[in-house]
Design a binder for this molecule. Structure first.
Ligand code: GLV
Ligand code: MN
Ligand code: MN
Length: 398
């Protein structure tokens, strides 16, 4: 099978134009631009001879016939400030492989764009529900940082839904191509990463409530300042984590909402995201204990009310050896000596699919290791190399 680089790049840029802002893309899950992109993608699938299928949460499949097929894809929703390749690269390489395979009379290849991989409602929401990681009823009750429920968000796509969730057994395996989003391939001037494993993640919303009051008249010793609580929590946490983390462990407070967020008001409430990632599930659990304990201590000392939201997360997973081998052989054939095996520090829908089928992932380099940023980019030649390696891997598996 011979994928067509020009056709692939043209499609990739067409998707980029939907929700384009500066050099990046703003297409968060269930936004008008996200839905527009999914409708455009469904039309592209149809033109490629695939049958578009929207499931109840807006995951979009392009099905190759009714029998079993290999599934390839990623996601087309973006972060609130997203790069143009995160997710889009995997979906558009998949579409090109499906086209090329059809033209060459190759194996049946279905395509997917999962919904809300970027976690407006937690972590890889669409593939989590599809794979049975969390029930639809429970997911419907989750809210985004503005308080919108998942049920209300997905209702925006109700008119498009084709039917119930597809049976994962119709797919023989899943491969996701993605940009690395980290510095290794770029630093070592390598063209391809064959992923060995994906780290686990935990994500939890934490609320500290004190007393909103006047910033000029309230003496420091009488304040119950929610921001001061958050600030102390963060400092203590960084200190305590030192005893349990290693160089791969990461943790982030990436979203903070202070109420009422006024310069002359002692903040009465701080709601913030607490996320941590590591390849070892035991370490993730230990970190959770430290987070809960530290928050409790700070809240007690400062007379703040503390509450924890639902603990969301995914376990670490390893990639299927046979699929990995097919991609590794294809990489060695395409760019001999210029590829590596590597773990993924970013989360991907692949983690959820591992529950049902053999899975594998392929990385293309990210310039400067930058992602979740409008500046995210990859050299065109590297985008095309990844496409060819993916095609080589699929051909080997057939
Ligand atoms: C997915 O984009 C992640 O946060 O790793
Ligand atoms: Mn992604
Ligand atoms: Mn992402």
């Amino acid at each position: 099978m011979t994928p067509n680089p020009d056709r692939f790049l043209e499609s990739l840029h067409a998707l980029r134009s939907i929700g384009a802002v500066e050099t990046g893309v703003v297409r968060p899950a269930y936004s008008d631009k996200d839905i527009e992109a999914r409708q455009w993608l469904a039309a592209q699938m149809e033109q490629a001879g695939l049958t578009p299928y929207f499931d109840p949460v807006g995951n979009l499949f392009g099905l190759a016939g009714v029998g079993q097929s290999l599934l390839i894809g990623s996601h087309s929703d973006t972060q609130p400030e997203g790069g143009w390749l995160d997710g889009a690269y995997g979906v558009m390489t998949a579409l090109e492989i499906a086209r090329a395979s059809k033209e060459a009379g190759g194996p049946p290849v279905s395509v997917v764009s999962f919904q809300d991989e970027e976690g407006r409602f937690g972590v890889t929401t669409g593939s989590t529900v599809w794979s049975g990681g969390r029930s639809l009823a429970e997911t419907d009750g989750l809210t985004d940082s503005d308080g919108v429920s998942f049920a209300d968000a997905r209702a925006k796509m109700a008119d498009l839904v084709s039917g119930d969730f597809l049976d994962p057994a119709r797919f023989t395996g899943f491969i996701e191509a993605h940009i690395e989003q980290g510095p290794y391939l770029d630093t070592y001037q390598e063209a391809v990463g064959v992923v060995t494993s994906i780290v686990g993640i935990r994500d939890m919303r934490i609320t500290l409530e004190g007393q909103q009051n006047h910033a000029g008249t309230t003496p420091m010793h009488l304040r119950r300042d929610a921001f001061q609580g958050l600030s102390e929590f963060n400092a203590r946490l960084n200190e305590r984590f030192r005893a349990v983390v290693n160089r791969e462990t990461v943790w982030t407070i990436g979203h903070v909402a202070l109420h009422p967020n006024g310069a002359s008001i002692v903040p009465g409430r701080a709601v913030f995201s607490m996320q941590w990632r590591d390849g070892d599930a035991e370490r993730l659990n230990r970190m959770e204990e430290i987070i809960r304990q530290t928050a409790q201590e700070v809240a007690s000392a400062r007379d703040l009310r503390l509450s924890f939201g639902a603990l969301l997360g995914l376990e670490p997973v390893t990639m299927d050896p046979r699929l990995q081998q097919a991609l590794a052989e294809a990489a060695e054939a395409e760019v001999p000596g210029r590829w590596r095996k590597m773990p993924s520090g970013a989360l991907h829908d692949t983690t959820n699919l591992a529950r049902h089928m053999p899975v594998a992932m392929l990385f293309a380099p990210s310039i400067g290791g930058v992602s979740h940023n409008f500046q995210e980019d990859t050299a065109e030649a590297d985008l095309v190399t990844g496409l060819k390696v993916l095609a080589g891997g699929v051909a080997r598996l057939a």
